[in-house]
Write a protein that binds this ligand. Sequence first.
Ligand SMILES: Cc1cc2nc3c(=O)[nH]c(=O)nc-3n(C[C@H](O)[C@H](O)[C@H](O)COP(=O)(O)OP(=O)(O)OC[C@H]3O[C@@H](n4cnc5c(N)ncnc54)[C@H](O)[C@@H]3O)c2cc1C
Length: 417
Amino acid sequence: MSIIFEADVLLKHPNKRALKHYSTQEIKPPRSFSKLLASVRKITVEVAAVHAADVDHQARFPEETMAALRKALVLSAAVPTHLGGAGCTLLELAQLCSTLAQGCGSSAMVLAMHFIQVGCIARHGQDDDFFKDYLRDLVKHQYLLGSMTSEVGTYGDTRSSICSVERTDDRFILNKDATTGSYCGFADGILVTTRRDHDAAANDQVLVLVRREDCTLKQTTSWDTLGMRGTCSPGFRLESAGSIKQIIPGPYADSSARTMVPFSHILWASLWWGISADAVSKAANFVRGQARDKPGTMPPTATRLAEVSMQLDTMKNNWQSAAQAFDSIAPDATSQDQFASMAWALRMNNLKISCSEAAPQIVHRALQIVGIMGYKNDSPLSLGRQYRDALSGSLMISNDRVAAKSASMLLVYKDVA
Ligand SMILES: Cc1cc2nc3c(=O)[nH]c(=O)nc-3n(C[C@H](O)[C@H](O)[C@H](O)COP(=O)(O)OP(=O)(O)OC[C@H]3O[C@@H](n4cnc5c(N)ncnc54)[C@H](O)[C@@H]3O)c2cc1C
């Protein structure tokens, strides 16, 4: 991707006010995916890439990029059209994330995590009046949603909780100690996993929408990490209350298998690909520069470029085919049961592990092509941020944990193909 520095008015006046909610009264939602994609491409080049180094350096929230995404109504891309959103498919959402990742990995991760939460509400609260109204409001105000699945004491196992939601009449109280809460300090709402009630088993969970105005967040740890620094993901102590209508209908076991896991693994894979594509693009520029310097000769790095571009293509085919498979499954209950199958769970686990392993390998290979100019932090061909960002993939739900789940399934699963 060629980066064009054409800062617009928004860039010249980045301020916290830009994060305030946009009313859509004067802006018509872009219904077509091509318009949304064009907006995200422009934001990637003109905003995200421009601020990425500073976001990374200061480990600060990418506020300019999020303000631009809000203004372009990208935050409601996953909301169904009948509720005012763009009704994007998972493949389309993945394309938006992979595009943004080519400018700023942290911004793309924020967008992906937001889409995952909106997907959970849209797919599991679709028949519920409260959640339908909430999604209409999300379109209007371009709410940003975060997630709290991690918890002190559950060691990265998203399918178990210690905290529980306490219900009294039509109100709930929910308190949780989260080890990691990306951009929770900047979100308008947080989807929180919790045990169904005080007596429920650790894996008998529900998903609760906590509104920012209904909670207090006390930061408990820091976020001075190698990469993904702009996601601003320290630990938080959450204390919240609200209406029991804010509890997403059905068990979290369902929303996890049918939506949170496939959305997470496919959208994460797409943005890890975007980070890798950004690195390969820099490597390609470097090789072309070498070719121009010595016309008529093949630079020795050209073969390495051909090899890494093959790995990049394989990675893309992997997440795109998974997204197409997800989108092809009909919405009726019987078809949706496929998401509970071992075949689907293994496919998701394989996608997660293979793409999170491929991303740092690809950036590493790009670095071998670019050499010292990629190693320097202050060079236009620097690959430091991409390298550090890509390293987060295997930890974001530990690959060992995912592989252990696959291993136990493979003891009994027989592939009929
Ligand atoms: C950029 C980023 C953003 C994040 N954002 C959020 C967020 O918004 N909300 C949120 O809730 N969480 C978030 N997380 C947390 C994340 O999803 C994981 O829950 C967390 O990273 C797991 O932490 P852990 O490595 O300490 O835990 P664990 O998964 O327990 O891993 C600890 C160690 O145990 C090993 N291990 C674990 N299980 C097994 C096994 N079965 N076999 C062998 N070894 C095993 C692992 O390899 C690892 O070395 C984020 C993480 C990252 C990196």
